[in-house]
Design a protein around this ligand. Structure first.
Ligand SMILES: *Cc1c(COP(=O)(O)O)cnc(C)c1O
Length: 853
C-alpha cells in the first residue's frame, strides 16, 4: 500500500452544535466542569471509554444523536452557557498589565514535556505537569506566552503489572488526528516545515499547534515522509534512552523551536527554559537578536542573558543531562561560525568545572551561559542548587551564587474536585477562581460549615473508592484472575476508613517502601477493628530502574495477603486522571523522599487544595508549607550520612506520627459529628494551597521578578541601535582582559583593638586596579560573625569609598563599621565589577584581599 491516498471524513455536526468542535480543540474545557459536563451528557459511557478525549468522542457520536441534540432545548441552553464563558475567556484582556509586548513578540516557554490532560501523553511526571500548569495559569492571567515542545507519537509508556507484580511497559502509538492539534501553515497555505542541521543530514520538522485557553502550545514533529526513518523517530518517545536521539530531541526543541517561532513571525522577547533539555534555544536566540537588532555576537549575548530565564529542577548532579562533546558538535558547529568563535570555545560552555577538558557536555552548564535569571523550584532546592553549582562561580560565597528560587505551584482549577469547587463558589464568591490571589477572599474558607465540608469530602473519598474498584476490576480481568478475586474487588476499600494515598514515580529516593519496613506494625494499623487505615498506591518506575520495579512488586505482594487485601491496593498506570481521583479523595497524602532529593513535589499541593492533609518528610515544598495546624512532618529535617539508618529512623517516626497523631484525630467523632480538629486542619490546608502554592501565584512571581525586568532590559539594551548592548559587551571584554591584574591588600582597622557595642571603627585598604578605573569596580568590606569552623555567618558586603589615588593604578579605600552586636567577628575585603547583576556575577571576576604572606 505504498502509494495510498488519504481522505478524511469529519462528523456531520449540525450548525447549532458546531461550537462543540471548537470547544474540543481548546484544552480550556478540561478545567471547566460545565464544559466537561457538556461533552459527557452527550454519551456518558462513551466519554469514559474514549479516555475523555473530546476529539475522538465527537467523531464517534452518531448523526442521529447529533440531530436529537440539536433539538434538545436543555442541551442547547447548556451549550450556550459554556459558549458565552468560552467567548468571554477568549476576549478578556490581560490581568498582568505591567507586561506589555509589541505585536509579534512573545514570552517563549520551552519544555521537553507538557502535562495538560490524560488524553495528551506528552509527559512523564512532575516536570511536565508543572509546564502544563504554567500554560494554564498564563492563560488565566492573559500573559503573552507561547509554549514550545515536541509531539511524541508514542509519548511515555503505559504501565501494567504481570502476575507477579512486575511492571511491564507498552508504547501505544497515538494518531495525531485524535488530538486537538492543528498543523501550522505558512501564509501561502502550505505546511510550515523547519529545518535544523543534524549529524546525518538535515532534520525536517512540521509544527502542530494546541490551544490552551488563550495560550498557544507549539509542538515539533519529525514524522514526515521526507525524513529518513531514524530522523522520523526522533519524536517517537519522550526521554529516549539512546544518547544520540536525546541530543537530537534537545537540539530540535531548542534550536528548532526558536526557528519555528521566527517562521511564524514571533520574536521571543523573553525566553524561559524549563530544565536543561531546552538550553540549545540560547544559541538560536542569540542569532535572532544579532539579526533583528544588527548586533555582533558579543553584544547580542548581553541582550540574551538579560532576557533569559532558566529553571532547574534536579537536586542531584547526576540527574542533569550530559552528552559527549562529539555528540553535540554537529548541532552547534554552525553557530560557532555565525558567532565567529571557535567550535572548541562554544563546546567549552558546556564543561563542568573541575571536569577534564575533553569531558562531557552538560546541558545545565550550557544553559547558564545564556541566562541572567536562574532559579530552583523551592527554597530548599535553591539552596541545594547553589551548593551544587558553586564551582561555576569560582571564589564566590555559597549564599551569593546567583541561583534563586520560585516555588512551584499547581493549577487549582484542574485539580480541585467539583464538589469542593461548588462549596467555594458558595462560601467565597462565584468567581473565586479568578480572584484566588486575594487573601481576604480565601480566608472565607474558615466560614464553611464543618458538616458541609466533611460531607463533600466524604463524597470525594467515595468517588475515589469507586474508581479504585473499577480500575482493579479491569486490572484483574486483564490478568484473567480467579472469580473469587474479582468478587473481592467489589468490596475492596471502605468508604468510612481513613484513606492514605501514595502516588509518584517509583524512584528509589522516593522510598515508597518506608511503610513496608515494619510489615507487622503496618498490618496492625490496617486491621485495627475500631480505627483502621487503608492505602492506595500508584506510580510508574522508569523502564530501566529495576530497583523501582522491585518496590512495586513488594507492595503488590504485601497487598495480596488475605488479611490486608481489602484495604490496600495498587493502581496501574498512574496518570492525570488517576491523580485527580486520588488528590481529591485522600484523607492523607503521604510523601517519603530522602531529603533533599525532592526538588519541590507538587502532588501534595493538589491534595492540600482539596483538604487532604500532608504527611511528609521535610523536603521540597513541604519545608515551606509545613505547620502543625495543616499537616504532619516525618522526622525533623535532619540530614543523615547513613541512608540505611535514616530509613530506619524515619520509618519508625512515620509509624509514630500515624499512631499518635493522624489516626486519633481522624476518628475523634463526638456523637457521629465530623472530626472537629481534622476539619479545621483541612480548611487550613486548603487556604495554604490556594494562597501560596497555586500556579497563579507562581506565574505572577515569574512575571514580576523575571519576565517584566527581562522585557525592560531588552528595550533598554537594544534602543538607539543597541548602544547599551554594545557598551556592555565592551565593558565585559575589558573586565575579562584586565581583571587578573587586580590586587587587594589586607584591610586594616583603625584603631586596632577590641570594641564595645555601639563603637565605630574605620577600615582602610589599598587596591591595585591597573588599567581599570575605580568607576568600573566596587570595593567591598565583607564581614560577619565568626563561627567555630572559621566560616562567617550572616555575612554582609558593604561598599567602601575611594579615598585617594596614591600611585598610578593604586587606590586607597575606606569605610566605617558600627559594632551593633557583641561576639567574635571576621572581616575581609574584595573587588567585584560595578554594574547590573549580570556583570557582577560574571564567573571569575572577583578578587579577595590577599592572605598573609
Ligand atoms: C502532580 C503530578 C505529578 C507530580 O507530583 P509529585 O509530587 O512531584 O510526584 C506527577 N504525575 C502526575 C500524574 C501528577 O498529576
Amino acid at each position: 500500500m505504498r502509494d495510498m491516498q488519504i481522505y478524511k471524513v469529519y462528523p456531520a455536526i449540525p450548525e447549532s452544535l458546531v461550537f462543540l468542535g471548537d470547544l474540543a480543540r481548546n484544552l480550556w474545557w478540561c478545567w471547566n466542569d460545565d464544559a466537561i459536563d457538556l461533552f459527557r451528557r452527550i454519551h456518558p459511557g462513551l466519554w469514559e471509554k474514549v479516555g475523555k478525549n473530546p476529539v475522538v468522542f465527537l467523531a464517534r457520536i452518531s448523526t442521529h444523536r447529533y440531530e436529537a441534540l440539536s433539538r434538545d432545548e436543555s442541551f442547547l441552553g447548556h451549550l450556550g452557557r459554556v459558549k458565552t464563558r468560552f467567548e468571554t475567556m477568549s476576549s478578556e484582556i490581560s490581568r498582568v498589565p505591567d507586561l506589555t509586548l509589541d505585536s509579534g513578540e512573545t514570552v517563549a516557554y520551552f519544555s521537553m514535556e507538557f502535562g495538560l490532560h490524560e488524553s495528551l501523553p506528552f509527559f512523564a511526571g512532575g516536570l511536565g505537569i508543572l509546564a502544563g500548569d504554567h500554560l494554564k495559569a498564563s492563560s488565566a492571567l492573559g500573559l503573552p506566552l507561547t509554549g514550545i515542545g515536541l509531539l511524541f507519537r508514542e509519548g511515555y509508556f503505559r504501565q501494567y503489572l504481570d502476575h507477579n507484580g512486575w511492571q511491564q511497559e507498552t508504547y501505544p502509538v497515538i494518531d495525531v488526528f485524535d488530538l486537538p492539534t492543528r498543523k501550522v501553515t505558512r501564509t501561502s497555505g502550505e505546511d510550515l516545515v523547519i529545518d535544523i542541521p543534524g549529524p546525518h543530514g538535515i532534520i525536517h520538522a512540521c509544527v502542530w499547534e494546541i490551544r490552551v485557553g488563550k495560550i498557544r502550545l507549539l509542538l515539533l514533529d519529525t514524522n514526515l515522509p521526507e525524513n529518513p526513518e531514524h530522523i522520523r523517530n526522533i519524536t517517537s518517545r519522550l526521554y529516549a534512552s539512546h544518547g544520540d536521539i536525546r541530543v537530537a530531541q534537545e537540539a530540535l526543541l531548542g534550536i528548532g523551536g526558536t526557528r519555528a517561532l521566527k517562521a511564524m513571525g514571533l520574536f521571543p522577547s523573553v525566553c524561559h527554559m524549563n530544565e536543561g533539555h531546552c538550553t540549545f534555544a540560547g544559541l538560536e536566540r542569540i542569532c535572532q537578536i544579532m539579526e533583528r537588532y544588527d548586533l555582533n555576537f558579543q553584544s547580542a549575548s548581553q541582550v540574551c542573558r538579560r532576557s533569559t530565564v532558566f529553571t532547574t529542577h534536579t537536586p542531584v548532579a547526576a540527574g542533569h543531562d550530559e552528552f559527549d562533546k562529539h555528540q553535540v558538535r554537529p548541532y552547534i558547529a554552525p553557530y560557532a561560525e555565525k558567532f565567529d568563535i571557535s567550535v572548541e570555545e562554544l563546546l567549552s560552555w558546556g564543561e563542568v568545572p573541575g571536569d577534564d577538558k575533553n569531558g562531557r557536555f552538560s546541558m545545565f552548564c550550557f544553559g547558564v551561559q545564556f541566562s541572567g535569571y536562574i532559579n530552583g523550584v523551592s527554597q530548599l532546592h535553591g539552596k541545594v542548587a547553589r551548593r551544587m553549582w558553586q564551582g561555576l562561580w569560582p571564589r564566590r560565597q555559597k549564599e551569593e551564587i546567583p541561583i534563586f528560587h520560585v516555588t512551584n505551584g499547581v493549577h487549582i482549577n484542574s485539580y480541585i474536585s467539583r464538589h469542593k469547587n461548588g462549596l467555594l463558589e458558595r462560601y467565597l464568591a462565584a468567581d473565586w477562581i479568578e480572584r484566588q490571589s486575594e487573601p481576604a477572599l480565601v480566608s472565607r474558607i474558615d466560614n464553611i460549615d464543618d458538616a458541609d465540608l466533611w460531607h463533600v469530602h466524604e463524597m470525594d473519598r467515595s468517588n475515589l473508592i469507586r474508581k479504585c474498584r473499577q480500575l482493579l476490576m479491569s486490572q484483574y480481568e486483564r490478568r484473567n484472575a480467579a472469580r473469587t478475586l474479582l468478587d473481592d474487588v467489589t468490596t475492596a476499600l471502605d468508604h468510612r476508613v481513613l484513606t492514605i494515598c501514595f502516588a509518584r514515580r517509583f524512584a528509589t529516593y522516593k522510598r515508597a517502601g518506608l511503610l513496608l519496613k515494619d510489615p507487622q506494625r503496618l498490618t496492625r494499623l490496617i486491621t485495627n477493628t475500631d480505627h483502621p487505615v487503608q492505602l492506595v498506591f500508584a506510580g510508574k518506575a522508569h523502564p530501566n530502574d529495576n530497583e523501582g520495579k522491585d518496590l512495586i512488586r513488594r507492595i503488590v505482594e504485601f497487598a495480596r495477603q488475605p488479611a490486608v487485601r481489602h484495604r490496600i491496593v495498587f493502581l496501574e498506570n498512574y496518570d492525570i486522571n488517576i491523580a485527580r481521583y486520588m488528590v481529591q479523595g485522600c484523607d492523607v497524602w503521604l510523601n517519603t523522599p530522602r531529603r533533599p532529593y525532592e526538588a519541590c513535589g507538587t502532588s501534595g499541593m493538589k491534595a492540600a487544595a482539596n483538604g487532604g492533609l500532608n504527611l511528609s518528610i521535610l523536603d521540597g515544598w513541604w519545608c515551606e508549607g509545613y505547620d502543625d495546624t495543616r499537616g504532619w512532618r516525618i522526622g525533623n529535617g535532619t540530614d543523615y550520612d547513613d541512608p540505611g539508618y535514616q530509613d530506619e529512623v524515619e520509618s519508625q517516626s512515620l509509624f509514630n506520627v500515624l499512631e499518635n497523631d493522624v489516626i486519633p484525630v481522624f476518628y475523634d467523632r463526638i456523637r457521629g459529628n465530623p472530626p472537629q480538629k481534622w476539619v479545621r486542619m483541612m480548611k487550613a490546608a486548603m487556604k495554604m494551597a490556594i494562597t501560596d502554592f497555586s500556579s497563579d501565584r507562581m506565574v505572577r512571581e515569574y512575571t514580576s521578578r523575571f519576565y517584566i525586568p527581562s522585557v525592560g532590559n531588552l528595550r533598554d539594551l537594544t534602543q538607539d541601535s543597541g548602544r547599551k548592548a554594545k557598551e556592555m559587551a565592551l565593558t565585559q571584554s575589558r573586565l575579562n582582559a584586565l581583571w587578573s591584574h587586580i590586587r587587594v591588600s589586607k584591610p586594616r582597622i583603625k584603631p586596632a583593638e577590641d570594641f564595645a557595642v555601639g563603637d565605630t571603627f574605620s577600615v582602610v585598604l589599598e587596591v591595585f586596579l591597573g588599567e581599570l578605573s575605580p568607576d568600573e569596580v566596587e570595593v567591598q568590606i565583607y564581614h560577619g560573625r565568626l563561627l567555630g569552623t572559621g566560616e562567617l555567618e550572616k555575612s554582609r558586603a558593604e561598599t567602601m569609598k575611594l579615598q585617594s589615588t596614591i600611585a598610578p593604578g593604586t587606590h586607597l579605600y575606606g569605610c566605617r563599621v558600627v559594632c551593633s552586636d557583641s561576639g567574635r567577628f571576621g572581616y575581609t575585603a574584595r573587588v567585584i565589577p560595578r554594574g547590573d547583576d549580570v556583570l557582577r556575577n560574571i564567573p571569575g571576576l572577583i578578587t579577595w584581599a590577599m592572605p598573609d604572606e
